[in-house]
Design a binder for this molecule. Structure first.
Ligand code: KIV
Length: 276
């Protein structure tokens, strides 16, 4: 007997086939409930290692572990039904060798049930991308500003500004596309380079701070909802949840202190006796 769900989830193959199609819509999520809310509107959900900064208040993504990614990946899989779920491979879980990367990626896929993993790096990671893709693991790449390399990049720096940097970002994108990445995130890259890069690879590029010339866009959910205290220039705030939470919490605190909450409608009473 089949226990297949009635909604077909999008796959890496579906997303990979969207080059030159309608723009791909993506957001991050780390929780079951936000995953359920965004699921009908997006093509894929990224369980990004940005969770280290967004959920845990870390300064960078470097300390994020495989266990943290797996825990939140499982939550997002439980909350979503239709979108492809991509889980980030955290720093230290894949760079050492293709075999180490396979072990980490296989753990992520088995323990979360997600449809793909994402890893950072271009030319230097191409061999690993090929190793994983040839062994049944769909890989989304991530080029341009790669936050896990912040210590060697010297900070969160926009890429592609010099001829040398532009050539490197494009070479990185081409190397992982040729190695079998089904798509790639392009982060923090100046517009003309993002345009040239997107035209030079045959898989969809997903921009974040890389202009509308990519094949799709992704943002960190908390940033676009107005929950993050500080956001980069490329973020557009589509909501102001931070302010809404402050208002709601301050009203609650006031009512508790004034003993007006809980009110009669929030209180349990003895059931009324039945007549007769
Ligand atoms: O970790 C993350 O949220 C990401 C996005 C910025 C693309 O990698």
């Amino acid at each position: 007997m089949s226990v297949a769900p009635d909604t077909r989830r999008l796959t890496a193959v579906d997303i990979g086939g969207r080059k030159n199609g309608p723009p791909i819509v993506a957001l991050t999520s780390y929780h079951a409930h936000t995953a359920a809310i965004i699921d009908p509107f997006v093509d894929f959900i990224l369980v990004g290692d940005s969770l280290g900064m967004v959920m845990h208040g870390l300064e960078t993504t470097i300390p994020v572990t495989l266990d943290m990614m797996i825990l939140q990946g499982r939550a997002v899989m439980r909350g979503s039904r239709r979108a492809l779920v991509v889980v980030d491979m955290p720093f230290g879980s894949y760079e050492e060798s293709p075999a180490a990367a396979f072990r980490s990626a296989a753990r992520i896929m088995k323990e979360t049930g997600c449809g793909a993993v994402k890893l950072e790096g271009g030319v230097r990671m191409a061999e690993t991308v090929r190793f994983l893709a040839e062994r049944g693991i769909p890989v989304m790449g991530h080029v341009g500003l790669t936050p896990q390399s912040i210590n060697t990049m010297g900070g969160f720096r926009v890429q592609g500004k010099s001829q040398e940097s532009a050539a490197q970002v494009i070479a990185d994108a081409q190397a992982i596309a040729a190695a079998g990445a089904f798509s790639m995130v392009v982060e923090g890259v100046i517009e003309p380079v993002a345009r040239q890069l997107t035209a030079s690879v045959d898989v969809p590029t997903i921009g974040i701070g890389a202009s509308a010339d990519c094949d799709g866009q992704i943002l960190v959910l908390e940033d676009m909802l107005g929950l993050s205290p500080k956001v980069p220039k490329f973020v557009k705030k589509y909501g102001s949840l931070g302010g809404m939470i402050e208002e709601a919490v301050s009203a609650y605190a006031e009512e508790v202190r004034a003993r007006t909450f809980p009110a009669a409608e929030n209180v349990y009473q003895m059931p009324a006796k039945k007549a007769g």
